[in-house]
Write a protein that binds this ligand. Structure first.
Ligand code: PMP
Length: 314
């Protein structure tokens, strides 16, 4: 990765130098976690000299939905956000993989825990980004002692800033104990997801993932992989509750998300999963995913938005 650093942000309605994109310590979202965010990746294709943003419209739709869950009105349409992001990326001129972070937040500067009668704002920045999990080919995970935030406490299907205190507890306790990531259970003991990624396991050739009602974030990579497994690999996908001990006897497991991409889980605490190295379905799916996101599979080109080109942005 190059030494390139972020130079711009979209802030208060325009693209400005990153140094001037600053909020007050009195900002509501900083005090109460009243913001929502998105996370997208741009993939650099060297041969085509092109930067592809993965499923940008789906991300913008979820971003606006996340915002509405906590009464934040995003004053831009999904299409307008797509244009702002591509303009921002062109200004940065990234020629490597990058990450894009849109944030909608309660911007009022006052004291008072609530969601109503407050001003909302949107900011967006991007940065060069490599791996989020170093051991993507064989992560060692644990079961977190924490429980996943319940939908009836903080809407789990939204990317709500305050809810990420839960994810941060899960991640740090795992990392400081020497694990790459953690699987987090719901209060009922079934698997929900990872600290910031969705979970899949393979048993007898079938891919199994917790359903949308299990306090998961409705991941865009999750949705994409379900389609690739079914349509390109002929693998049956079942969405159902998963017991902790099913993982102990699973053939393969992996986590997925914008940050972790597709990362094999090869060990949980002191137990190996399957053979203890990346399994064949995970390996194939992972390669296919990277081909798709890098613009090497024509069939899935409509999942990608090219940043640098003369033709109109898709
Ligand atoms: N779950 C959580 C809690 C996350 O933060 C993420 C990352 N956005 C995911 C799952 C994966 O979602 P996506 O595939 O949309 O990035």
């Amino acid at each position: 990765m190059s030494e390139a650093t972020t130079r711009f942000a979209f802030f208060k309605g325009q693209i400005v130098p990153i140094e001037s994109a600053k909020v007050s310590v009195m900002t509501h979202a900083l005090n109460y976690g009243t913001g929502v965010f998105g996370g997208l990746r741009g993939y650099w294709n060297e041969e085509q000299e092109q930067l592809y943003v993965f499923r940008i419209r789906d991300h913008m739709k979820r971003f606006i939905q996340s915002a509405s869950l906590i009464r934040i009105e995003v004053k831009y349409s999904a299409d307008e956000l797509v244009n702002i992001i591509t303009e921002l990326l062109r200004a940065e001129g990234w020629r490597e993989n990058c990450y894009i972070r849109p944030l909608a937040y309660k911007a009022s500067e006052l004291i008072g825990v609530r969601l109503h009668n407050l001003d909302d704002d949107v900011t967006i920045f991007s940065l060069p980004f490599g791996r989020y999990i170093q051991n993507e080919e064989g992560a060692h995970v644990c079961f977190s002692a924490w429980r996943r935030v319940e939908d009836n406490a903080i809407p789990a299907r939204g990317k709500i800033v305050g809810a990420y205190a839960n994810s941060a507890l899960i991640k740090t306790d795992a990392a400081l104990s020497g694990y790459d990531e953690a699987i987090v259970l719901n209060e009922d003991g079934h698997i929900s997801e990872m600290s910031a990624a969705n979970f899949f396991m393979i048993r007898d050739g079938v891919a199994i993932t917790p359903p949308k009602q299990s306090n998961v974030l409705e991941g865009i990579v999750r949705r994409s992989l379900i389609q690739l497994l079914r349509d390109e690999m002929g693998v049956e996908v079942v969405e159902r509750d998963i017991d902790r001990t099913e993982l102990y006897i699973a053939d393969e497991a992996f986590m997925c998300g914008t940050g972790v991409q597709v990362a094999a889980i090869t060990k949980v605490e002191h137990r190996s999963i399957g053979t203890g190295s990346i399994g064949p379905i995970t390996d194939r799916l992972r390669n296919l995913f990277f081909d798709v996101v890098s613009g090497r599979v024509d069939k899935y080109r409509d999942w990608l938005t090219p940043v640098y080109q003369n033709e109109p942005v898709r």
